[in-house]
Design a binder for this molecule. Sequence first.
Ligand code: PLP
Length: 422
Amino acid sequence: MKELLRSMGLSDRVIELGEKYEAELKPRFEELDRIAEYNHLKVIKAMQDNGVSETFFAGTTGYGYNDAGREAIEAVYASVFKTEDALVRPQIMCGTHALAVALSANVRPGDEILSPVGKPYDTLEQVIGITPATGSLAEYGVTYAQVDLLPDGGFDLDGIRKAINERTALVTIQRSKGYATRPTLSVERIGELIAFIRGIKPEVTIMVDNCYGEFVQTREPSEVGADMCVGSLIKNPGGGLVATGGYIVGTSKCIEKCAARLACPGLGKEVGATLGINQSIFQGLFMAPVVAIGAVKGAIFAARIYEDLGLPVIPNGTEPRYDIIQAVTLGTPERLIAFCEGIQAAAPVDSFVRPEPSPMPGYSSDVIMAAGTFVQGSSIELSADGPLEEPYAVYFQGGLTWYHAKLGILMSLQKILDKKLI
Ligand SMILES: *Cc1c(COP(=O)(O)O)cnc(C)c1O
């Protein structure tokens, strides 16, 4: 093993550090394996209960009427997330699109959307119209209200009570911190927040942005009162195998509206050719619980290594995990670049490419990104990025296997040490 690792560019010092932390984390990893096993069995049972058959792997073309595979996929998703219905489609282009469909389908002109957990994910600013954009919900007369989390990360219950009014039609709750510094919400805390909101306005529609959170715990937000959970198939629930798509799971009422918005009124769920993608959606969901937990292991491993080197990490190496994202504050642009070079060098695809900081739409400074992925932009695969500005934090996530995540993290440290930056 050592010889192979040396031939891939790791020094004995880094190899030994890796062995040390892996041994230390063994009990924690065993607990995580139990979550993976539980969720894996949950998915297998859902596939059995819904009679998944090889005949479902054939794709449809044209209108896609009577696509038994597509219907079974949606039944399996509904079983796994314990909801009445689901919309799982390759025609949903990404997570942002799934969220835009779920939001716009479930509000009407004059309604208000409330985020009780602070600013939503960057790309939703234009969907909602927080940042003006063509076609935003603001253009349709839908307003937006926001209540920030308290400085200690708690819910501002008084602020939320005051913000809910007769126009409040939809509450959006983002589970993962995404690229913000607030804590990620556990399913239990989301449940408490939902119960509080329902106590004030029982009939309000509650949507959870579930991106990066799927299968990290044994329950999903749809089991604690959310009307809809929404995410991307090139993140956790696709298990790395799905080439494109998104999902919305929830009540029949909400999903019917989402289908009318994604397709059109009158057609709804009945149309949508699957072009041969069904098999990968089934198999990806089958793998997803194991893949997501491998990514969590990688995140914890990185947190332990970098916190012991004296760098701030969010979350730290011992706190519980509710999503797959790890932030490391590297402190200098040189370390940020070296970190990303290491992640790239460890990739199975494009390992020979050297990532370089460059301008990105929506960012005021250059951004560096590392990803050698099988599916473009797939962030369940090992990937890292960060803006070239104070405090030079890198956000990284994914890894289709724990072994690959480990290699990437050790390689990131190796590049930092090679350049004598620590
Ligand atoms: C990734 C992500 C999104 C948007 O998904 P895309 O697939 O990139 O459009 C939305 N919310 C959160 C929390 C995410 O992590």
